[in-house]
Design a binder for this molecule. Structure first.
Ligand code: HEC
Length: 257
């Protein structure tokens, strides 16, 4: 039997495929922008690295945001004694009574004139116990709930994208083994990608790079499928069409499946 190839498709069918691929590629570009906005700044540097991924999914468990600020950028705003009082309060699981007697006076004196809700700056408001309390939680990264949500959206969304793109791509004429590998790659990458988000949650450094690797594999596979499809639809005359044109007789089976 003979399989369908692009040379068997009408112009309107090819137009449909091409526009669909164009739309998907644009969507892919937006997804990349989103990643750069949401993941890349995690470690304070503009590029995407394993550190960003580990911070996003595993969090930073070596200290709370308040402590990090007190030993980091906010260091000039407090004395060493004030730091010790606040650090002790944080480590004693930040009770409200001692907040009022020990911590609030320091904040009121040293921090509030910047850290209030009228400051107009995107910095935490330190005028209430609830707000301060929210800065002394250990940062454990992405929550289970949001991982579940993002996982199922990605599985449905990417599954649909790569199924439909793959349906188009199988109409190309390339060596059959290459075709099979390219069709399977994104699905393997999705499994590795989403799997490693979860693993990264439990072990920060080992799995973070697999997220990067699978993201790259998915990107290459997408670009390859989209590129070769459009190229063979419009630019390159493929084998079968050439044979048909030069009248070399019967089709021979080539590049099945
Ligand atoms: C002169 C104004 C000013 C004062 C005073 C000040 N801060 Fe800040 N604070 C900032 C600004 C601006 C930022 C955001 C930029 C940064 O993190 O350096 C910030 C950020 C923070 C953050 C958030 C860090 C994060 O994780 O995003 C915390 C927590 C904080 N400050 C605590 C304090 C405490 C506690 C004090 C008092 C000891 C204090 N700040 C005094 C201006 C101030």
């Amino acid at each position: 039997m003979s399989y369908r190839r692009f040379s068997d498709c009408s112009v309107s069918e090819r137009l449909l495929y091409t526009l669909f691929i164009g739309l998907l590629s644009t969507g892919y570009a937006f997804a990349m922008v989103l990643i750069f906005i949401s993941v890349a700044p995690e470690d304070g540097k503009p590029s995407i690295s394993a550190a960003d991924i580990s911070l996003k999914y595993y969090g930073n468990r070596s200290g709370t945001r308040l402590e990090q600020a007190l030993t980091g950028t906010m260091k000039p705003n407090r004395t060493h004694e004030e730091y010790l009082v606040m650090a002790k309060w944080i480590h004693d699981s930040s009770p409200e009574a001692r907040y009022t007697t020990e911590v609030k006076p320091i904040l009121d004196e040293k921090c509030i004139f910047c850290h209030n809700q009228h400051s107009g700056m995107p910095i935490p408001d330190l005028t209430t116990y609830e707000n301060v309390k929210s800065l002394v939680k250990i940062d454990t990264g992405e929550s289970m709930g949001s991982l579940v949500r993002v996982s199922h959206i990605h599985m449905f969304g990417l599954g649909m994208v790569f199924y439909l793109l793959g349906r188009i791509f199988v109409l190309t004429e390339i060596p059959v083994l290459l075709k099979r590998v390219v069709v399977v790659t994104p699905f393997a990458a999705i499994a590795l990608d989403i799997g490693s988000w979860w693993f990264t949650k439990f072990s920060p450094h080992f799995f973070a790079w697999t997220v990067l690797l699978s993201g790259a594999a998915m990107g290459f596979s997408f670009a390859f499928q989209a590129g070769v499809s459009v190229y063979q639809m419009w630019i390159c005359k493929n084998q079968r069409e050439r044979r048909r044109e030069y009248g070399s007789g019967e089709y021979t089976r080539r590049g099945e499946g």
